[in-house]
Design a protein around this ligand. Structure first.
Ligand code: AMP
Ligand code: GLY
Length: 424
C-alpha cells in the first residue's frame, strides 16, 4: 500500500524509515519531510496544515493509510477531514486531541477518571488567579497556559511572585495568545520524568516500552526548556511491575473515560509521567508520538509498524498480538543549532553524515534539515537525532556519541549526558 506521513521532524523521519521497511508498503510519502525523509522515502511539498491539498494528494496517489506526526494538524481536525472523505488515517479526531490541546480538558478528565495527577485550580480571570496565589501559603507551584504553546506554556515557580508574573504574562499580556484564555495553577511535583506511550483504537491498548526524554537544554538538566535534547528506551526507572500499574491506573481509565465522553481516542496516547514518592502521576498527555522518544522506540521495534497503525486506524487492534522488541537499549542524541532553543541561524552544510551512517547499529534521523543542491543543510533548531543500539545503555550511549563525533557543521552542539539518568 501507499502510506503518507504528515510532518517534517525527527519523529516523522523515524516513522518513515520504519514504515518503508514494511513488506506491505509500496510508496512512502512525507509531507513536507526533510533531507532525511527524502533519502528513505519521497517528500511531497505540501504543508501539514493544508488539509485540502493533502486530501487531494492522498486520493490521486491512492494512499491507503495516512499517519499524522505533529499535534497542530491533529488539534486542527486533520483526522476528521480525512475521515469525511473516507480516507484511512491514524490519529485522534479533533475532539479526542483535546486531551493534548487543552490542559484544562485533560486535568478535568484525569480528575473525573481518578487518574493520579497534581492537584490544580483553573482560572479564566487572571485577577482571581493572582488573588488565589496571594491568599495561599507561598509554596512552589506550576503555572500553565491552557492551550498549545510549543512546549513553552509551562512555568515551574519556586516563589509566589514568579507565579504571579507567569499568570500576568500568560493570561493578561497573552504572550501565547488564545492558549492563555485559561490558566492552571498546580501543585509542583518532584521525581523522575518518564514517557509511556501506547497505541490504541479506542478499546484495545498496546503499550510501547518506556522511554525517558531530556527536556532541559544543558547537561545535568540545566538551562531553558526545549522540545527534547535526547531520549533512550527502555528505562530502568519503569520496570514490568510499574508498567502494569501504569496501564491499569493511568492508560485504561483514560481510554475508558474518553469513550464515555463520546470522544473515543484512536492514535498514540503519550503519558508524560512524574515518578513521585507516592507513585506515578500524569503531568500531561500528548496525542501523538513523542519527539525524540519515537526515534529509539522505532529503532527497537521489531513488529511491522504498518500492521499496528493500520489495525488501530481500522479499530481492529485486538487482532494484533504483543509487540516484539529488540531487547537491546537504544539512545538518541539530538544535535542542535547554535543558539537553540533561542534564535539560531540556518543553512549550514552538514558534513560527515555518511561516515556516521557507516557505523553499525546507528541511524541518523534528520529533524531540522533540508536539501540545497543535493547537500543536507540545517533548517531548524533540533537538526539531527543520532540514534544507536547497544548491548547495554552505556554501550548504546557510547555508539551514539561515536556517531555524533563524525558529524559537524558550524555551531553544532549536543548534550553530553543523554541516558546518564538511567545509570544512577
Ligand atoms: P507539560 O507540558 O505539562 O509536560 O510540562 C512541561 C514540563 O514542565 C514537564 O516536562 C515538567 O518538567 C514540568 N512540569 C509540568 N507540570 C509539573 C508539575 N506539576 N510539577 C513539576 N514539574 C512540572
Ligand atoms: N519529547 C516531548 C514531546 O514530544 O512532547
Amino acid at each position: 500500500m501507499n502510506v503518507l506521513i504528515i510532518g517534517g521532524g525527527g519523529r516523522e523521519h523515524a516513522l518513515a524509515w520504519k514504515i518503508a521497511q514494511s513488506p506491505r508498503t509500496r510508496h512512502v510519502f512525507v509531507a513536507p519531510g526533510n533531507a532525511g525523509t527524502a533519502a528513505d522515502a519521497e517528500n511531497i511539498d505540501i504543508p501539514e496544515n493544508d488539509f485540502a491539498a493533502l486530501i487531494r494528494f492522498a486520493k490521486e496517489t491512492k494512499v491507503e493509510l495516512t499517519v499524522v506526526g505533529p499535534e497542530a494538524p491533529l488539534a486542527a481536525g486533520i483526522v476528521d477531514a480525512f475521515e469525511k472523505e473516507k480516507l484511512r488515517i491514524f490519529g485522534p479526531t479533533k475532539a479526542a486531541a483535546e486531551l493534548e490541546a487543552s490542559k484544562v480538558f485533560c486535568k478535568d478528565l484525569l480528575r473525573g477518571a481518578d487518574v493520579p495527577t497534581a492537584d490544580y485550580h483553573t482560572f479564566r480571570d487572571p485577577a482571581r488567579a493572582i488573588r488565589f496565589l496571594r491568599e495561599r501559603e507561598d509554596v512552589p507551584v506550576v503555572v500553565k497556559a491552557e492551550g498549545l504553546a510549543a512546549g513553552k506554556g509551562v512555568v515551574v515557580c519556586e516563589k509566589r511572585e514568579q507565579a504571579v508574573e507567569a499568570v500576568e504574562q500568560i493570561a493578561q499580556e497573552k504572550i501565547f495568545g488564545e492558549a492563555g484564555n485559561r490558566v492552571i495553577i498546580e501543585e509542583r511535583l518532584h521525581g523522575q520524568e518518564v514517557s509511556v506511550l501506547a497505541i490504541t483504537d479506542g478499546r484495545t491498548i498496546v503499550t510501547l516500552q518506556p522511554a525517558q526524554d531530556h527536556k532541559p537544554a544543558y547537561d545535568g538538566d540545566t538551562g531553558p526548556n526545549t522540545g527534547g535534547m535526547g531520549a533512550y528506551s527502555p528505562t530502568p526507572l519503569v520496570g514490568d511491575e510499574l508498567m502494569h500499574w501504569i496501564e491499569e491506573h493511568v492508560l485504561v481509565p483514560t481510554v475508558h473515560a474518553m469513550k464515555r465522553m463520546r470522544r473515543p481516542f484512536r492514535g498514540v496516547l503519550y503519558a508524560g509521567l512524574m515518578i513521585t514518592n507516592q507513585g506515578p502521576k500524569v503531568l500531561e498527555y500528548n496525542a501523538r508520538f513523542g519527539d525524540p522518544e519515537c526515534q529509539p522506540l522505532v529503532m527497537r521495534l521489531k513488529t511491522d509498524l504498518v500492521d499496528v497503525l493500520d489495525a488501530a486506524a481500522r479499530g481492529e487492534l485486538d487482532q494484533i498480538g504483543p509487540l516484539e522488541w529488540d531487547p537491546r537499549p537504544a539512545v538518541c542524541v539530538v544535535m542542535a543549532s547554535e543558539g537553540y532553543p533561542g534564535k539560531y541561524s540556518k543553512g549550514h552544510p552538514i558534513r560527515g553524515l555518511d561516515e556516521a551512517a557507516a557505523l553499525t547499529d546507528v541511524k541518523v534521523f534528520h529533524a531540522g534539515t533540508s536539501l540545497r543542491d543535493k547537500q543536507a543543510v540545517t533548517s531548524g533548531g533540533r537538526v539531527l537525532g543520532v540514534t544507536a543500539l547497544g548491548d547495554s545503555i552505556s554501550k548504546a550511549k557510547l555508539q551514539a556519541y561515536t556517531a555524533v563525533k563524525k558529524i559537524r557543521w558550524d555551531g553544532a552542539w549536543c548534550r553530553k549526558d543523554i541516558s546518564d539518568k538511567a545509570m544512577r
